[in-house]
Design a protein around this ligand. Sequence first.
Ligand code: NAI
Ligand code: BAL
Ligand code: NA
Length: 503
Amino acid sequence: MAISIPCRQLFIDGEWREPALKKRLPVINPATEATIGDIPAATAEDVELAVDAARRALTRNKGKDWATASGAVRAKYMRAIAAKITERKSEFAKLESIDCGKPLEEAAWDMDDVSGCFEYFADLAEALDAKQKAPVSLPMDNFKCYILKEPIGVVGLITPWNYPLLMAIWKVAPALAAGCTAILKPSELASVTCLELAEVCREVGLPPGVLNILTGLGPEAGAPLASHPNVDKIAFTGSTITGSKIMTAAAQMVKPVTLELGGKSPIIVFDDVDLDKAVEWTMFGCFWTNGQICSATSRLIVHESIAAEFLDKLVQWTKNIKISDPLEEGCKLGPVVSEGQYEKILKVISTAKSEGATIACGGARPEHLKKGFYIEPTIITDINTSMQIWREEVFGPVLCVKTFATEDEAIELANDTHYGLGGAVISQDLERCDRVSKALQAGIVWINCSQPCFCQAPWGGNKRSGFGRELGEGGIDNYLSVKQVTQYVSNEQWGWYQSPSKL
Ligand SMILES: NC(=O)C1=CN([C@@H]2O[C@H](COP(=O)(O)OP(=O)(O)OC[C@H]3O[C@@H](n4cnc5c(N)ncnc54)[C@H](O)[C@@H]3O)[C@@H](O)[C@H]2O)C=CC1
Ligand code: BAL
Ligand code: NA
């Protein structure tokens, strides 16, 4: 069934609202290059209204409607949102697919993860009630102390296009669970499902202003949010360069940030592996989501004794990947998200060639697809560690390969990067996997797999991949402020100063 892009406005204070400057941006289907709709483009004027609405929602009825309501009240709304998204899963998946080029089957999987993430944080919202007033044991018994966990306030959530709705929900769900109110600014390259989330919020009767959704360009809508004095925190996922700009803006007001940035993650394949299994995880680690994953294991480090056979198989399997329109049955690789990303990736491949690397397979547009931002899954060999392809994030279906002789050498190569998001190790020797997991400088390590991601486990990176951890039990703490309350419980005078009556 053909699906069309709903015409939406900005979502502010529980209502659709035309952008102050009435600007709109085209929605482009990367599989066809056709403009298939448009989205509203917010500017600083709209950010102002959304921040005001979020502040009012935070303090309405002295906070009792949301921020200081029990977690159980907020959980009810969150579960209702999850149920609606499940109900509309196939429509949402199609919208996401035509907006960002993700194979339909993957988009449907993401929608399950979206609902699952709302449900997980709904549970944590309820659990928060029981954790309030947790006692702190003190070394003096004339004092008592307990901990309150309170919402941080109004939060700005700036998100990317590779998992358009899921990356938004990784922030929206814990923020709402904590009792914050939020302004979500999705990527201008894929905002359609985030605007449909607004419709879901209306349908479930989420109190006005609790979640505001502003689509628009980074510098016009994201930047005023990051620098707004009345926004208490920014959570960001995207490029390292934009993350650094956001941190700079937030620093002016000593505003906390969490940053989930780029990566150039390694996958180490030892000589004791089952070749077919290792080949498949290597492909999934770099070509899933059309190669556009921040944690993609895009540097293959393979033991020299199996390298030739492994590469041969890898190339054969890779050539067998079905590249097609993402809505086509069985598609395993769609187009990259935009013309800009397409040009950028082809340029990286051509630089690798000019620096002396070999293209083992791929490297160009697939011959059978004349339109759309398609790039063949590409494997690059004969590289050295000073080449751009080894050092810089590509964010496309491009894998580069180096060999190693010893475990120490593999670890050194794996950690030879400014980034520190993910890493994978494939070996049948689990003690070795354990050693390598400890040695990898990364926030996420996969053993005998690459990329599977569960909202129950903490997610985030080290080094220039950012800091802070989303998801997991601690994910809600990103949006909570800890207050200690200390009480003097003795009936005795404190007795530090001398009483004047004794003078
Ligand atoms: N870590 C990740 O998950 C992602 C990494 N990237 C990397 O970034 C590269 C470029 O992609 P872009 O879409 O340009 O990423 P980006 O980092 O510029 O965009 C991410 C979000 O930040 C917003 N933004 C941009 N400039 C801003 C500013 N000055 N202030 C506030 N918000 C701003 C964007 O509108 C979007 O919502 C990719 O090639 C890839 O290497 C892109 C998307 C996701
Ligand atoms: N599945 C990981 C989402 C990301 O790229 O951050
Ligand atoms: Na798009």
